[in-house]
Ligand binder design. Structure first.
Ligand SMILES: [Zn+2]
Ligand SMILES: [Zn+2]
Length: 90
């Protein structure tokens, strides 16, 4: 009677690399910079990625004080304000 079967249950390979900010998923990828986890786009500087992430998260810190529209980027916000300027004061 040798039915000593130890059912070795390893519940799903939860492979956690502690603080793995630097994931090289196969291949000769660009390793410098930051990668967007949503659309996998690479950015040279982390701050660029931060700004880009707003397009995904929908965070719009720049708000037009005239019409209340929100903008994720400062340059688009400034561009937008020109619209009002042209309308009101030519
Ligand atoms: Zn993205
Ligand atoms: Zn506006």
């Amino acid at each position: 009677m040798n039915s000593h079967k130890t059912t070795h249950h390893t519940t799903g390979g939860e492979h956690q690399t502690t603080g793995g900010e630097h994931q090289t998923t196969g291949g000769d990828h660009q390793t410098t910079g930051s990668q967007c986890p949503v659309c996998n786009k690479w950015f040279k500087f982390p701050s660029w990625l931060e700004m880009h992430m707003r397009t995904h998260t929908g965070v719009k810190p720049f708000k037009c004080d005239i019409c209340g529209r929100g903008f994720g980027r400062k340059d688009s916000w400034r561009n937008h304000k020109l619209v009002h300027m042209n309308k009101g004061d030519i």
